[in-house]
Design a protein around this ligand. Structure first.
Ligand code: CP
Length: 318
């Protein structure tokens, strides 16, 4: 596997799940696979889970790891071609990327959406430049429009906890004080649809996601109706995708916060969130601390999804 930016890159979903379960059974069975191989993780944005879980996954495979926080200690990078570089950006990404490629075998990139120009964000300019110019396999550690390592970990988690072959999974928008990208909900929808789950997406009007990611899901504007009979509730905030409202906050309505009364409408559903989460905005303390909350197993499975992806990339280097 030379790139990993979306669910389709992993191939058949059944095999992706089987690979993950094999890794979970013995994550140290492939310590020779990454011997003398180096992972470079390039962060343009902050992270807790992605940083730690991906590094741990690489260590499980015997890899060396270099972490570069672009905004702390590196030269400021210009990403636009054709710019006269007379400002504060000392280096262009088009030189920096192949240089980074000289020092490693696989590259992971985190580069969030700017949320001002939809076409620019959805062109995935930064990670595509890494794919084009690094000469190395490249995987997304959350790019502008997707977070596939999270989607894969969410799938693994649901496979572990589901009690029906085709569970009802509800992706619900919830309020947040800051404008957030659509990457996590986009990827969640993509992975749930790839697994052929019964996916319902609920949000206030105006928060429709890009149909390229959600085609096949049912959209329900009444959150309480969406929750009825659900097996899994996946909460997430995102900013608007549509037209002139791209990247904007259209609502902070706390009636959309996931609470115990709404969870009572479900079929004893599990609660999920990718973290970090704003308590009592997205979800109440009571729900996230309940025995139906899967936020920690979900985060733990980030190590597994990262290891599965790295193992595929290492195999492709042989
Ligand atoms: N869920 C997730 O990607 O967490 P971080 O932003 O902390 O990496």
């Amino acid at each position: 596997m030379k790139k990993f930016t979306c669910a389709a890159d992993i191939g058949p979903i059944e095999k992706a799940v089987a690979d993950a379960m094999r890794i979970k059974a013995d994550r140290f069975a492939w310590t020779g696979l990454g011997r003398n191989k180096t992972l470079m993780m390039v962060f343009f944005n902050s992270s807790l889970r992605t940083r730690l879980s991906t590094q741990k996954a690489a260590m499980n495979l015997g890899m060396n790891v270099i972490v570069l926080d672009v905004n702390q200690g590196a030269w400021k990078l210009e990403t636009e071609r054709g710019v006269i570089m007379d400002g504060d950006k000392a280096e262009h990404l088009l030189e920096a990327i192949p240089v980074m490629g000289c020092y490693c075998d696989i590259i992971g990139v985190r580069a969030f959406a700017g949320l001002t120009d939809r076409d620019d964000d959805y062109s995935e300019k930064v990670i595509n430049q890494f794919i084009q110019y690094s000469g190395r396999p490249v995987f997304s550690m959350e790019a502008a429009t997707g977070h596939p390592l999270q989607g894969y970990a969410d799938l693994i988690t649901i496979e572990e906890f589901k009690t029906k072959p085709r569970p009802k999974v509800v992706l619900t928008w919830a309020p947040h004080p800051r404008a957030l990208p659509q990457a996590v909900p986009n990827s969640f929808a993509q992975w749930m649809l790839a697994a052929d789950y019964d996916l319902v997406i609920t949000h206030p009007e105006g928060y429709e996601l890009c149909e390229d990611f959600t085609r096949g899901a049912r959209i329900e504007y009444d959150q309480r109706r969406a929750f009825e009979g659900a097996d899994f509730i996946y909460a997430k905030n995102w900013s608007a995708y549509s037209g002139d409202n791209y990247g904007k906050i259209l609502s902070t309505d706390r009636d959309w916060t996931v609470d115990a009364a709404k969870m009572a409408l479900t079929d004893n559903a599990y609660f999920m969130h990718c973290l970090p989460v704003r308590r009592n905005m997205i979800v109440t303390d009571e729900v996230i601390e309940s025995d139906r909350s899967l936020v920690i197993p979900e985060a733990a499975n980030r190590e597994i999804s990262a290891q599965a992806v790295l193992a595929r990339m290492l195999e492709s280097l042989k």
